[in-house]
Design a protein around this ligand. Structure first.
Ligand code: UT7
Length: 332
């Protein structure tokens, strides 16, 4: 393991979800589905939908303001912004640069990470390295998604699954005596399965055209049951790596926060890790799959409701398009 010059910690969290709620019953009126199917197969009851005017940077801004306040820092103390998203405001420039402008900041690195639902873990992992090397002091790390603008609303196998939202975290340099700190993180990818979850058009492979729009190629294509099989395995491996590397038994973990894609995946991972189900944080019923935003949103809710407290040992794990996967182990 590399020697760390400094330690990184999460010093503040925030979240924002749009006001509009779309329930399973609403979806019953839109496609051939049922509340019973969605609930039993996924654990989802409702999800939030961004307005026509709202883009990723708008949701990010709202969440960021709350995280900055919680971290008790001044906005101008932020010295890096990383936005994890696959539904940015525009293909370019990055949503991070747009957010930088919204916050009235400039003169430091701001960039996006596209690692699907593992995006926030990837971004936090990068922020951790920059802090530990002493290069920066306060990184604003966002997970944000407006996937309801990318779904094919006539495809029942995907349109019921996603919701919109943003989760923000301030990752800061920890004081020497501070018990709050990142302990370890592992990120990985298996590109052999890149085509299982994909937005086919809009890039240089299939640029936007009349045909690409008519063929629904700008919407989300997903082979859900194939991804399902990788999900538990890859998250389990990512958790095992950090637990073993730090000589920790799963029973010492106070809280497990996993990507909220499917209640059956969350349960299967919890069972495989042999962790007490009371320690597993779940909010999938309220927000469905907000992709890169699920973990920072769940973290913020758990911190604000005082479920997760200062000093608690938290393990996080995610998987997503790529296929990417990753874990993060930290003391709050
Ligand atoms: O966020 C990161 C990446 N994504 C994921 O994590 C997704 C992982 N995958 C999953 O969560 C699950 O595979 C799904 C929830 C997407 C699907 O659940 P499943 O148990 O794997 O169902 P399935 O795709 O095997 O479909 C079972 C049946 C099919 O009907 P037949 O062929 O058995 O007659 C589907 O057509 O369920 C049907 N179906 C639906 N029925 C009612 C698919 N979607 C729906 C729906 N309502 N919304």
């Amino acid at each position: 393991m590399l020697t760390k010059e400094y330690h990184a910690k999460i010093s503040g969290t925030g979240m924002y979800v749009p006001d509009k709620i779309l329930t399973n019953y609403d979806l019953e009126k839109m496609v051939d589905t049922s509340d019973e199917w969605i609930k039993s197969r996924t654990g989802m009851s409702e999800r939030r939908i961004a307005s026509k005017e709202q883009a990723a940077s708008d949701l990010s801004y709202e969440a960021a303001v709350k995280a900055i306040e919680a971290a008790r820092i001044k906005t101008k103390e932020i010295d890096m912004i990383i936005v994890a998203t696959i539904s940015p405001d525009h293909p370019f420039p990055s949503t991070a640069c747009i957010l930088q402008k919204k916050l009235g900041l400039k003169g430091f690195p701001a960039f996006d990470i596209a690692a699907g639902c593992t995006g926030w873990i990837y971004a936090a992992n990068i922020a951790k390295q920059y802090i530990e090397n002493g290069i920066v002091s306060n990184v604003l790390v966002i997970g944000v998604e407006i996937l309801t603008k990318l779904v094919n609303w006539s495809d029942r196998s995907t349109c019921v699954l996603f919701g919109d939202g943003a989760g923000a975290t301030i990752i800061s340099r920890a004081d020497e005596k501070d018990i709050s700190r990142f302990i370890d993180s592992e990120i990985s990818a298996d590109g052999t399965h890149y085509d299982l979850l994909i937005q086919n058009a809009g890039g240089s492979r299939i640029p936007a055209s009349k045909e690409s729009v008519e063929g629904n190629l700008h919407t989300i294509y997903m082979e859900g049951n194939k991804i399902f099989k990788h999900a538990v395995k890859s998250m389990y491996q990512a958790c095992e790596v950090v637990l073993k590397r730090n000589h920790l038994d799963v029973h010492s973990i106070d809280w497990l926060i996993t990507h909220q894609a499917n209640m059956r995946i969350i349960n299967a991972l919890g069972k495989k890790l042999n962790i007490d189900e009371k320690k597993v944080i779940v909010n999938i019923e309220k927000y469905a799959n907000t992709s890169a935003a699920t973990i920072p949103i769940a973290l913020d809710e758990a911190v604000r409701s005082k479920k997760i407290r200062h000093g608690d040992l938290v393990l996080m794990a995610s998987f997503g398009a790529g296929l990417t996967s990753g874990s993060l182990l930290l003391r709050m």
